[in-house]
Design a protein around this ligand. Sequence first.
Ligand code: AP5
Length: 199
Amino acid sequence: MIRTVIATGVPGVGKTTVTSRAVEILKEKGYKVKVANFGDYMFKVAKEKGWVEHRDEMRKLNLSQQKELQALAAKAIVEDAKKELGDDGVLIIDTHAAINTPTGVWPGLPKHVIENLNPAIIFVIEASPEEIIARQQKDIGRVRSDYSDPEFLRRFMEFARNSAIASAVLVGAAVNVILNKEGAVEEAANKFVSAIEKI
Ligand code: AP5
């Protein structure tokens, strides 16, 4: 059985950090694991098309362009996972339940995407807005200033959590909110793994 889960969280919350530690723990336990970063898949195509130079420019593209990239990414992730994992393993998709675009807040996991990915769990990784902003500032090389106002982040996190629930309803997935507390990546990663083992 392939256990498919989705890791979501606002930019800078530490979802990639938590997911990477969870992968190490899962591998130590003997699971075959594939991590697919949705942004990487979108960025590869966006760059080939000459639409962007940097990954943080993608959410500023026209919505029609972002939709095209999103659909292609979902399709490619499922195909690659089948090739790499066969019938058994854990597929973790690192992505977003909501994206802040110039047209408004946009769902990262709309019907056609979530049905294609068909996860058992959607994780929503959270931290306080102040912690998230401090982490964004430490992460040199990334441009996440459109997510760096505490009041905006508070509202956006609520929106992202509700988007995750809406996507989960479409496929009967569980929604699992994990708090990535300051200096406590290990605790968050263990909760992530424990839920996957119960699928
Ligand atoms: P993506 O690649 O996901 O980039 P991101 O949004 O910036 O998120 P990251 O994964 O880079 O950050 P993170 O939250 O995982 O933080 P990190 O672990 O690095 O997405 C890029 C773009 O792709 C999106 O903007 C969008 O355009 C597009 N996209 C993606 N999915 C899409 C979809 N489904 N539909 C449409 N578009 C989509 O950690 C940050 C820092 O915090 C690090 O320095 C780390 O050391 C530190 N840290 C982490 N945890 C802790 C802790 N517990 N205590 C102290 N420090 C910590």
